[in-house]
Design a binder for this molecule. Structure first.
Ligand code: NAP
Length: 323
């Protein structure tokens, strides 16, 4: 009797070429509908699976692993893995893979898109124009903040932070950053490592690109926002929860900082209504990596991790957390 193929659960719609690649090696159970499975449905679907192909909104914790006793690999189609309990995976002998590098440049471009839209009030002025308010040109209409030769503060100078910094060199910006340890490429980037408060005090524009963890939860809250310049802009391309969204909405309302550009939110896809009510914020729906080549690269890299695992080969991109 032929041996059965390992069973793989694919929790979210994925590109057809990726499904085709996986279908030759796995028995697939896929969610190709627009509807998202509830937690209960997910717990039911994982029950008989050997492998999981997940996205950032799928919480892989001890409860889910207990419901899926045969699972030995979790491949996430993201570089961030804060939705996966690594300790619980390790305790059950489950390996975890992610998708670094393939999304770095697209995400850095999006950080810049938010930065420029925010600093130069692109969305705010467009809404005003569409609403029919534009009756005359005026010297002081929608004055924004300079980017050229301004000071950029990058919180998290890793792969994406470095790509953001490389683009900043074209704008002749002074680049400050903070990491827990010095970045090996700081000389090449012309970047200076400073304490977080010094960065917040001195930067004209702050970009957040740190992973979410208990250490980075509310890294930017009311105190940090009060430390920033009143003319400063803030971009969060990292993860929801790195910023205290309620404190940010209050700071924007009070003019304690000039503006913000956000791609990620604490309870996404739900948004703090206070954020929707302030005009000086640009909001995008977690599309940092959303170019076709980047998203296809991520989806295929997650699939290649799964087939490498099946072959007993070296995994292309296993998650190896920093000690
Ligand atoms: P990475 O190469 O691992 O870089 C993360 C950087 O953050 C490292 O330089 C790290 O340096 C620093 N860091 C970690 N903890 C820190 C802390 N507590 N304080 C200050 N710095 C800290 O990761 P990446 O590929 O650049 O991705 C970064 C994050 O971006 C991902 O984890 C993901 O959540 C997010 N992301 C979002 C999107 C989107 O669609 N919006 C797309 C891609 C990625 P040290 O270890 O020295 O501190």
């Amino acid at each position: 009797m032929a041996e059965r193929k390992p069973r793989l659960l694919v929790t979210r719609q994925v590109f057809p070429e990726v499904l085709e690649y996986l279908s030759s090696r796995f028995e697939l159970d896929t969610n190709q509908d627009d509807a998202i499975w509830s937690r209960e449905q997910l717990l039911e679907r994982v029950r008989d699976k050997d492998a999981l192909y997940v996205v950032t909104s799928d919480k892989v914790d001890a409860e889910l692993l207990a419901a899926a006793p045969a699972v030995r690999i979790v491949a996430t189609g993201s570089v961030g893995y804060n939705h996966i309990d690594l300790m619980a995976c390790r305790a059950r002998g489950v390996v975890v893979t992610n998708t670094p590098d393939v999304l770095t440049e697209a995400t850095a471009d999006m950080a810049w898109a938010l930065l420029m839209a925010t600093a130069r009030r692109v969305c705010e002025s467009e809404h005003w124009l569409r609403a029919g308010h534009w009756k005359r040109w005026a010297w002081d209409q929608f004055l924004g903040q300079d980017l050229f030769r301004a000071t950029l503060g990058i919180v998290g100078m890793g792969r994406i932070g470095s790509a953001v910094a490389r683009r900043a060199r074209g704008f002749e910006m002074r680049i400050l950053y903070c990491n827990r340890s010095p970045a090996a490429n700081e000389a090449e980037l012309g970047a200076h490592r400073v304490e977080r408060d010094a960065l917040l005090r001195e930067a004209d524009h702050v970009v957040l690109v740190v992973p979410y963890s208990s250490e980075t939860h509310h890294l930017i809250g009311a105190r940090e926002l009060a430390t920033m310049k009143p003319t400063a802009t803030l971009v969060n391309i990292a993860r929801g929860g790195v910023v205290d969204d309620a404190a940010l909405a209050q700071a924007l309302r009070d003019g304690r900082i000039a503006a913000a550009g956000l791609d990620v939110y604490e309870n996404e896809p739900a948004l703090d209504p206070a954020l929707l009510a302030v005009p000086n914020v640009v909001l995008t729906p977690h599309i940092g990596s959303a170019t076709r080549s980047s998203r296809l690269g991520m989806a295929m890299l997650a699939a290649k991790n799964l087939t490498a695992w099946l072959d007993g080969a070296e995994l292309p991109t296993p998650v190896v957390p920093k000690a």
